[in-house]
Design a protein around this ligand. Structure first.
Ligand code: AMP
Ligand code: GLY
Length: 424
């Protein structure tokens, strides 16, 4: 098969690495890709939002399967464009990707179908939102821009002053653009966060192993929200009892609800869960692999990724049993100092050769590009250093050791990725 991967981050590097291991795959392209993805794929200079150009490329290069890694093109309807041209693309259509694309939609869906989630109200008028915050809301209150905002459209407001400022930023100043036209105000939940990724063919759902992300920029979960500073898998807090509850009350009901709404979902559903005292609740849905969740989940998956994707597209997922290795994995993101606010790019990176021949160690590229024959930084999140180990503690030790193999002058990382596992 010829495979095209759409995206350019660490997640797409992990997908390319996984696809390259499949005996079914003869050639991989990635649009637009990055300096690391080149190891497995021919990178093509087409942007992820250029749907017609991507479909032209897929048609002219006889691509058998396109895998869409990123949220924006999915929410924008890339799969519909491919399907209308008879091209196979893995991911939800536009009418199903709304599960991630609109928080108001996903909250209303959960309410309608009794899927556990935080209590909420939806506002389209800033004055009404302010009125609610002044009279009815409890604090802390959670403010969410309805649409996509690079994982940064969620504000946790401790008091009315902060909430008023939040409404101003999201709805009036439109800090997240159109995403802030509608606002969701949600009850604040406490507990452990867990990410569970799944494959679905619209009818059957098969969950992958659990993971946990660290979204805040600084050690101790302080500082601004980022796309994710590191992950570990599995989560020791995600017990078989919790899994059984979620399978029955959250995972299958979500797939069934989408089908019942006339929006059958084929692709990856990422469940962002909070394990509260009253049981697991959904914080959010994503319509694609997590980044950097993919960088710890895919290295532990025993199945052939391409076979599983084919089963989803042929509605045969029921026949598939997903299997994961018994080990653990930790991914530490090497970022540019200053991320997510402001940071320098174009800085030379050295040390990649240290990963050669080292089993169980992975250097997934996120924001990198070639400058002549030199690899340089090209984003806030630069690399995801993943290592496996027989236990989470050992995997963490290995990952942090490997972070020392790479050098660039503004290298920044958190030092407590996976530290919570000591409490498990
Ligand atoms: P989301 O993009 O919805 O996952 O939100 C980003 C982050 O905000 C989550 O990973 C949580 O840490 C936090 N968050 C979102 N919703 C809530 C909530 N209802 N209560 C507490 N924290 C939340
Ligand atoms: N790591 C969180 C996300 O991919 O949305």
């Amino acid at each position: 098969m010829k495979v095209l991967i759409v995206g350019s981050g660490g997640r797409e590097h992990a997908i390319a690495w996984s696809a390259a291991r499949s005996p079914l795959v003869e050639k991989i392209y990635c649009a637009p890709g990055n300096a690391g993805i080149r190891e497995y794929a021919e990178c093509v200079g087409i942007g992820a939002m250029e749907f017609d150009a991507l479909a032209d490329f897929a048609a002219s290069h006889e691509i058998d399967l396109t895998i869409v890694g990123m949220d924006d093109p999915l929410v924008g309807g890339i799969v519909d464009v491919f399907e209308s041209r008879g091209l196979a693309a893995f991911g939800p259509r536009k009418n199903a990707a709304i599960l991630e694309g609109s928080k108001a939609f996903s909250k209303d869906l959960m309410k309608k179908y009794g899927i556990p989630t935080a209590a909420y109200e939806v506002f389209r008028d800033p004055e009404e939102a302010l009125g609610y915050l002044r009279t009815t809301a409890k604090y802390p209150a959670v403010l969410k821009a309805d649409g996509l905002a690079l994982g940064k459209g969620v504000l946790i407001c401790q008091n009315l002053d902060e909430a008023e400022e939040g409404v101003r930023q999201i709805m009036l100043d439109r800090k997240f653009g159109e995403a802030g036209k509608t606002l969701v105000i949600e009850e604040f939940l406490t507990g452990r966060e867990v990410s569970v990724l799944s494959f679905t063919d619209g009818k059957t759902i098969r969950t992958m192993t659990s993971a946990q992300d660290h979204k805040r920029a600084l050690d101790g979960d302080k500082g601004p929200n980022t796309g994710g500073m590191g992950t570990f898998s599995p989560s020791p807090f995600y017990t078989p009892q919790i899994d059984a509850f979620c399978q029955e009350k959250i995972y299958q009901p979500t797939v069934d609800a989408m089908a019942a709404e006339g929006r059958p979902f084929t692709g990856i559903i990422f469940f962002g869960l909070m394990l509260t005292d009253q049981g697991p609740k959904v914080l959010e849905y994503n319509a694609r692999f997590g980044d950097p969740e993919a960088q710890v989940v895919l290295p532990r998956m025993k199945n052939d990724l391409i076979e599983v994707i084919k089963a989803c597209l042929n509605q045969r997922l029921e026949e598939v049993k997903l299997e994961f290795e018994d080990d653990a994995a930790v991914c530490v993101v090497l970022a540019s100092d200053g991320y997510p606010l402001s940071y320098e790019k174009g800085i030379p990176i050295t040390g990649f050769e240290n990963f050669e021949g080292k089993d169980g160690y992975y250097c997934f590229h996120a924001g990198t590009r070639m400058q002549g024959s030199q690899i340089v930084t090209n984003g806030g999140r630069v690399l995801g250093i993943t290592a496996k180990g027989p236990s989470l503690a050992k995997a963490r030790e290995n990952a942090y050791q490997a972070t020392q193999w790479i050098q660039f002058s503004n290298k920044y990382m958190r030092h407590d990725i996976g530290k919570a596992i000591d409490e498990a």
